[in-house]
Design a protein around this ligand. Sequence first.
Ligand code: C2E
Ligand code: CA
Length: 740
Amino acid sequence: MTALSRKLSAPLAMIALASVGLLLSVMIILAGQIDQEAQQHDRDLVERGLVATIRDVEHAVAPQVIWDEAVDHLDQPFDVAWARDNITNYLAQQTGFDQVFVLDGQDRMRLAEAKEGRLTQAEAERRVAKLAPLVAKLRVSEHGLKPRDGRERRRALIAAPAQVSAFAKIEDEIYLVTASLVRSETQTAPVRRTPEAIVITAMKMEGAFVDAFADRFLLAGTHLHRALDTLDDETGYTHLPLLDANGAVVATLDWNPPHPGQRLLRKTIGPVMAVVCALALATILLARRGRMIAEGLIASEARSKHLALHDGLTGLANRLLFEERLRQAIEGLERKARPMAVLAIDLDRFKAVNDTHGHAAGDELIRKVGERLASVCRGGETVARLGGDEFGVVAADIDPNGAAILAERLLNALCGPMEMSFGVHFVSGSVGVVLVSPDQAHIGAAEAARRADVALYRAKSEGRGRYCFFEDAMDAALKARRALEEDLRAALRDGAVRLDYQPQVDAGDRVIGVEALARWSHPTRGEIPPDAFIPLAEDCGLSQEMGRYVLRRALRDSLRWRGLQVGINVSARQMKRAGFIDELAELIRETGANPRQLALEITESALLGDGEGAHDTVDSLRQMGFSLVLDDFGVGCASLSYIRRYPIDRIKIDRSFVAPLGQDADSEAVVAAIVRLAKALSLSVMAKGVETAAQREILKAIGCAQAQGFLFSPPVAAETIDALLAQGGRLHPPAQPDAA
Ligand code: C2E
Ligand code: CA
């Protein structure tokens, strides 16, 4: 679990818990509300039902009290027998009242009947006395009875009963008692101003009455509750108070109220919680998945950010990050007292490793160099790979001495043997350093980097394996060189580079061949020697163009001199380039030149360090018909081994051996040895740089008759060669004092 998931999980779980809690509370509150509403509704219903039941009871009494005959019999004199037959017995037995009392107009208890048994006069009077408030209420309403007017008379023929009902406790039993005024049944009868008799009926609540009531209103657990002080103990019941005539509670009618809300809650809580849990689970899964995706995105963003700013091979900062750090360092300069430095680092001859051992070896070398450079840099220094074999370091806050020490450290890290998978390799590099002081901050990052490159260039041209600090003068030199490169590009494009030819002679001074030598007359700088402009072309990426230019011209010119061999210089880089053979074949086709007339002059370095590649090229050239000449023989240390290994046709003895001839006996011995060796290997041999007749004579004596040099002719224009051939093709070196 990552820190992020931990950070997110707790709030998520809290939210889920809180939501479930909220939902539960809402459901419980809603269920409570539903229950309350249902109970209120139930209570209203029961209340109205009780009133209706009381009305029913009153109606049951009404026929016996709204009766003219009763008015007559119960008034003076009170007819007890009649009253027993028609009122008390009837109401107790026919209608089912538990107790019936008849009072006369003066509220005296005149007759009593009880289902429980006969009541004594005193007992009956005691009971009636308890009901005095009820009787009093009825008397009050009797007083309010008005004579009926015409309108009333028309509406109802039967008089309305005057009755008052209440609940009462009699002998520990709860009764519904109704006091009814005995009235004339006739609507038209006048209201008498003397009090009428009263019939009191009592219906026992407990038992049949309550049961019938409960059945009628579908109440559960219905019962009377008499011990009012224990009401609060009976939770879960609804209590409807039963009031006596004074409004005091005599008991309560209790029942089990319905709980539709709780029933609903019980029925729905399971499914709802299941759905909620499923939703919560789904939410958590979704959230987790979302989190995983988010984490993946964050990680991949970090990865791509790292990739975007770092070099894949070495893991060092890349050019982008290098430039950013450089910019930051330059911008921060103004706040600093000390300068900053930019160092440009380049491996020497890295390309040779790539060419010789393959790209994997090249990568391995770059990786190791990267590690070494990083190991000598400190916290505040950024090491970057800028591409290929180029590295750079930005060191903020450093003084000149510190920059020199850093350059030294980098060089030491670079140079020396390196354990590689293909064997031990000796690496070296060059370092260019520029110091930017706080008052130079305005030059900007790009210019600082360029200056480091200029210094690096100087370090390389001064012999590699060293470091150089940037100086303004270097800039001028570099600018001049860049200009020269541009001029050379233009010269090649415009055909301003020409070929001169230097004749080569045999023992009889007869011209047997010519060597093509490139010439460039610069419009302002005059003649620039090929020793200078050919490396320049190779440095600025013009080597292929240059090589093809010379080959094409020499091949064309060779057609002018059918009998002559034309020597063409081929640089090592030119010969090692893939496609060289194809290019040559193409030029042969294009110009119609004869390879047998052409000698390619190569140096040791063209055969150096390329294993099979060089062999294949040399073989191909031989098969195509070219002669191969090993130039500058004796200068390199491996010349001997090459002439044995490669199918060379001729060697050219270097001028450095020829020049001392006649003055230095050793050199004569060396040249003699070379000549013998060549002959032993059946190679032809030619001396170059022959300037004097003495040299010529010695060479001839040694056995090297073929020669080339100012003694015969300097390199000349092709037309001059034409003229020379036209005159018989023989060169007569001028007689010289030392020739004699
Ligand atoms: P190289 O192949 O050794 O060419 C002979 C050089 O010696 C020429 O110099 C020539 O002018 C000079 N030379 C000839 N005879 C004498 C002499 O008696 N005394 C002295 N001191 N010098 C003599 P150049 O033309 O300046 O060429 C220099 C080098 O430039 C050549 O050396 C050759 O390596 C290279 N080069 C010239 N042209 C081409 C070219 O077209 N392609 C390539 N790849 N290299 C070329
Ligand atoms: Ca040559």
